[in-house]
Design a protein around this ligand. Structure first.
Ligand code: PLP
Length: 396
């Protein structure tokens, strides 16, 4: 089967929901992936900030294989030890007291939205239901999470939207304060906007949002689906802000590619969920939990966060050098290994140029080249990606 034939079959049978690159990937190891023609690539996309430990990490592979041979799935009407252990790990290393496992970022955010409403209605006996989110945010593709997403392009054609969301500019506490009313039950925000263009708010922003939520008696939901699990150099991005949220969502890096999401909350908020409130068939099943446990333990034991901080600083430094003689680069920004290079022109066309030169990455928000490599990336690999950036931007 030639690659051309596979591409043609793919175009015929799959829903046309993605602008896919003309490339069939077959194998990965660490930061490297290979396509169906045997060509090698450095993966600076990592499944969009998912494969934090790189492809086919032996500890994750072993854990999944061992669990698959033992018990793959039972219903959440039974207890399973891997789920208990994973919840204990997340609780021990975060602000949270309780965890709900699901299968994706959108599902985690759905659960967070439901919990915020239920807590407000039943625990606080308040009819407030509105959740304020940010312009340029991204929270997923289900009906409620596109409504939470402050970008019209994700809404168009799907109206009527789920009610109860309102948008304010990101990194603008005054606008947020003005938007909060008696009908507001929560604020939902990404610590760093990922899909929105790797936008890093000012240092005080999250702390001020936290104070505002406290003053107005509303919940703070942090969407750490992209920033969580070490991506920014800390286990969770909120740690750097010196605050804690009431609810937090995770997904992308949690299973290193095995689909798993989580919604975490404090005891007081989580207590609004009782048997029957919310559920999932697959969420937190033994296989997903085995993957997540292996990921968490490996990250912790192998010094991944420290490595991510060093490589992130190195990468941003190298990108800064490129910027100094590359006028088309408007800004280099990010934290840890969540990095964006904003161009003064449309950036989508460059993705194919990177691809030709053996680097996988993507472009978000129209003009931001996004680099989210596995957290195990090396200086040599960063040098190669930086070299390719220099090359492709030389003749824009
Ligand atoms: C990717 C992402 C989501 C959606 O996750 P899915 O697993 O695709 O549903 C939600 N929020 C943020 C911040 C994300 O980056």
């Amino acid at each position: 089967m030639t690659t051309e034939e596979l591409l043609s079959r793919s175009r015929q049978c799959l829903m046309n929901t993605y602008a896919r690159q003309p490339l069939v990937l077959v194998r990965g190891e660490g930061v490297t992936v290979w396509d169906s023609d045997g060509k090698e690539y450095l993966d600076f996309l990592a499944g969009v900030a998912v494969c934090a430990l790189g492809h086919s990490h032996p500890k994750v592979v072993d854990a999944i294989c061992a669990q698959a041979g033992k018990l793959m799935h039972v219903s959440n009407i039974f207890h399973i030890e891997p789920q208990i252990r994973m919840a204990e790990l997340l609780v021990a290393h975060s602000f949270a007291d309780r965890v709900f496992f699901c299968n994706s970022g959108a599902e985690a955010n759905e659960a967070a939205i439901k919990l915020a409403r239920k807590y407000t209605h039943e625990t606080l006996s308040s009819p407030a239901y509105e959740i304020i989110t940010m312009e340029q945010s991204f929270h997923g593709r289900t009906l409620a999470t596109i409504a939470a997403t402050g970008q019209q392009k994700f809404h168009r054609g799907f109206e009527p939207l789920v009610e109860g969301f309102r948008y304010v500019p990101f990194d603008d506490v005054r606008a947020l304060a003005d938007a909060i009313t008696g009908n507001t039950c929560a604020v939902m925000v990404e610590p760093i906007q990922g899909e929105g263009g790797v936008r890093v708010p000012s240092a005080d922003y999250l702390r001020e949002v936290r104070e505002l939520c406290n003053d107005r008696g509303i919940l703070l939901i942090l969407d750490e689906v992209q920033t969580g699990m070490g991506r920014t150099g800390d286990l969770f991005a909120y740690e750097r802000a010196g605050i804690i949220p009431d609810i937090m969502t995770l997904a992308k890096g949690l299973g290193n590619g095995f689909p798993v999401g989580a919604m975490l909350a404090t005891e007081g908020v989580a207590s609004a969920f009782v048997p029957g409130s919310h559920a999932t068939t697959f969420g937190g099943n033994p296989l997903a939990m085995a993957a997540a446990l292996a990921v968490f333990e490996t990250m912790r034991d192998d010094g991944i966060f420290e490595h991510c901080r060093r490589m992130g600083a190195y990468f941003i430094g190298r990108l800064g050098e490129v910027k100094s003689h590359c006028p088309v680069i408007r800004e280099v920004r990010g934290r840890g290994l969540l990095i964006g290079v904003e161009l003064s022109m449309e950036g989508t066309g460059f993705v194919g140029e990177f691809l030709k030169r053996g680097i996988l990455m993507n472009c978000t928000a129209g003009n931001v080249l996004r680099f989210v490599p596995p957290l195990i990336v090396t200086e040599e690999q960063i040098d190669r990606a930086t070299g390719v950036l220099e090359e492709v931007l030389a003749h824009p």
